[in-house]
Ligand binder design. Structure first.
Ligand SMILES: *Cc1c(COP(=O)(O)O)cnc(C)c1O
Length: 232
C-alpha cells in the first residue's frame, strides 16, 4: 500500500469515527482512535505518526518493543491490547500509556510489582469476557467485582475502566448488546466505587460504530486503516 493510500485510509477512518460520534449524539472528541499496528512494520506506524496519529495498539511484547525503540522520536501513546502472560508483565508495566487486557489478579500483581520497582503508576483496564469464549482472554463478569477490589489495592496500578472483545459475528450489529452490557457493568462499578471510570475500550474495524453508540471511549481499529495483517 502506498503512503498516501495509508494516510487516506486513516483520514477516512477518523471521518467515519467522527460521523459515528455525531450520530450517537456524543461530544466531538469523546472517542479516541487507537490505531492497531500489530504485525505491521514500524515504517507504517511512522507514516501515521508523521501525519498526527498518536495512539497505537500493539499485541506482542517483543514486536512492540522494537517499534517503540524505532519510533522513540515521536511522542506516541502505546496501548497494550494483546494477551499478556504474567512472565512478560515486566516488559509492559511502565512502557505503555494504557494496558487494556488485565484479566487476573496474578497478572495485575506482576504489573504492579514492576511499576512499583520503576516508581511509576501504570494505567490499566480490566478485560471482560462477556460471551464465555474459552480461547479469548478476559475475566468472567461474575469474577469482575473481586478483581476490581483487588486491583484498587495495588497502589501502582491506576484502574481506568473496562475493555471487551466480542466474538466474531457475521452481522456486526450482533455485538451491540455486548457493548451495552459492558457499559452497564461499568456504570454499576462506578456506583459501587462512588467514582468515575473514564474508559470503555470497545469496537474494532467492523463494529466500532455500534460500540460508539453504546458509549465506547477508545476504539481499537487495525484493518480499516492498515489493510489485512500479514500472518504472524
Ligand atoms: C487485532 C485487534 C484489534 C484490531 O482488529 P481489526 O478488526 O483489525 O480492527 C482490536 N482489538 C484487539 C484486542 C486486537 O487484538
Amino acid at each position: 500500500m502506498k503512503e498516501h493510500t495509508l494516510i487516506k485510509r486513516w483520514q477516512d477512518t477518523l471521518q467515519e469515527l467522527s460521523t459515528a460520534v455525531h450520530k450517537a449524539g456524543r461530544a466531538p472528541g469523546s472517542v479516541s482512535l487507537v490505531a492497531v499496528s500489530k504485525l505491521h512494520p514500524a515504517a507504517r506506524v511512522r507514516v501515521l505518526a508523521e501525519a498526527g496519529q498518536l495512539d497505537f495498539g500493539e499485541n506482542y511484547v517483543q514486536e512492540a518493543q522494537l517499534k517503540q525503540h524505532d519510533l522513540a522520536d515521536f511522542p506516541l501513546r502505546w496501548h497494550f491490547i494483546g494477551r499478556l502472560q504474567t512472565n512478560k508483565a515486566r516488559f509492559v508495566a511502565g512502557a505503555y500509556h494504557l494496558v487494556h487486557t488485565v484479566d487476573s489478579l496474578k497478572l495485575a500483581r506482576a504489573l504492579h510489582k514492576r511499576a512499583q520497582t520503576l516508581g511509576v503508576s501504570q494505567p490499566v483496564l480490566l478485560q471482560v469476557n462477556l460471551a464465555g469464549e474459552k480461547q479469548k482472554g478476559g475475566v468472567p463478569e461474575a469474577e469482575l467485582p473481586f478483581l476490581v477490589e483487588s486491583v484498587l489495592e495495588l497502589s501502582h496500578l491506576e484502574l481506568q475502566g473496562l475493555m471487551t472483545m466480542p466474538p466474531y459475528f457475521e452481522d456486526p450489529g450482533l455485538a451491540r448488546p455486548l457493548f451495552a452490557r459492558l457499559r452497564r457493568i461499568k456504570e454499576r462499578l462506578e456506583t459501587m466505587l462512588d467514582g468515575e471510570l473514564p474508559h470503555l475500550s470497545m469496537g474494532m474495524t467492523q463494529d466500532f460504530a455500534f460500540a460508539v453508540e453504546e458509549g465506547s471511549t477508545l476504539v481499537r481499529i487495525g484493518t480499516r486503516i492498515f489493510g489485512p495483517r500479514p500472518r504472524k
